[in-house]
Ligand binder design. Structure first.
Ligand code: HEM
Length: 204
């Protein structure tokens, strides 16, 4: 019989789904703006620009909320991979996703209230939430207020490296999201982790 523990507070779940909606909106409109083709627009250019700007500002505000709420609640600690043996635990987890899961092996590190994430999850979530997402937000804001961009960088116009970094970091977020949704299907049932992100209760 499966057991249940309450893992995720309401604020975290509300943040998560608002963040997901904004990221998908930004990805679709960002794709439209980057590969703009007047003959075949995914979203018409000026509409895509307005939606992208508004969703970008909302993401900046939501990200600030995420950081403050993580500090206040102490949830930031979950994102820190705890030694000893971080690499060995990451390897064991990766081996499970690539091999053990297809042989019906048990999850090597089921979540507890003290350690919600396995070591691989903690590393990846930390990298995305505290490194890549802030890069997307800050470069996006500089793009919106170009007076803050340096005039020249590495001999190029100052906005060019900002644009490249924004595009690169945005692409990493989209690739993360694809892998993240796939790994979301690896709970006790295909839907149990998605349900947990709605109800807060983890089943194992
Ligand atoms: C439609 C899009 C998305 C779906 C369906 C989805 C689904 C899920 C699921 C099932 C979990 C629980 C899995 C686990 O045990 O870790 C989760 C957790 C998480 N997701 Fe997503 N996600 C989406 C988008 C995103 C995006 C765009 C980000 C960040 C850029 C993100 C960041 C996170 C984080 C940080 C957690 C862990 C939250 C916590 O427990 O503290 N997700 N997501």
């Amino acid at each position: 019989m499966s057991e249940r523990i309450y893992l995720l507070p309401l604020w975290l779940r509300l943040w998560h789904w608002s963040n997901a909606v904004l990221i998908i909106t930004l990805a679709v409109t960002g794709f439209s703006l980057h590969f703009a083709d007047p003959a075949l627009p995914l979203v018409e250019f000026s509409l895509a620009r307005r939606i992208h700007d508004l969703a970008g500002l909302s993401l900046a505000a939501l990200y600030t909320f995420f950081v403050v709420a993580n500090i206040v609640s102490g949830n930031w600690w979950q994102y820190v991979p705890k030694p000893p043996g971080v690499l060995a635990r990451c390897w064991r987890q990766a081996r499970f996703y690539g091999y053990g899961i297809f042989r019906g092996e048990a999850h090597p590190y089921p979540p507890t209230r003290e350690a919600n994430f396995n070591a691989l999850q903690a590393l990846v979530y930390w990298f995305i939430m505290y490194l890549v997402l802030p890069v997307v937000v800050v470069t996006g804001l500089v793009f919106m207020f170009p007076q803050f961009a340096p005039d020249q960088m590495f001999g190029f116009d100052g906005l060019l490296p900002v644009a490249m970094l924004h595009y690169l970091a945005g692409t990493v977020i989209v690739l993360f999201m694809c892998a993240h949704i796939y790994l979301g299907t690896t709970g006790v049932t295909v839907t149990s982790l998605f349900k947990m992100m709605v109800t807060g209760w983890h089943e194992h």
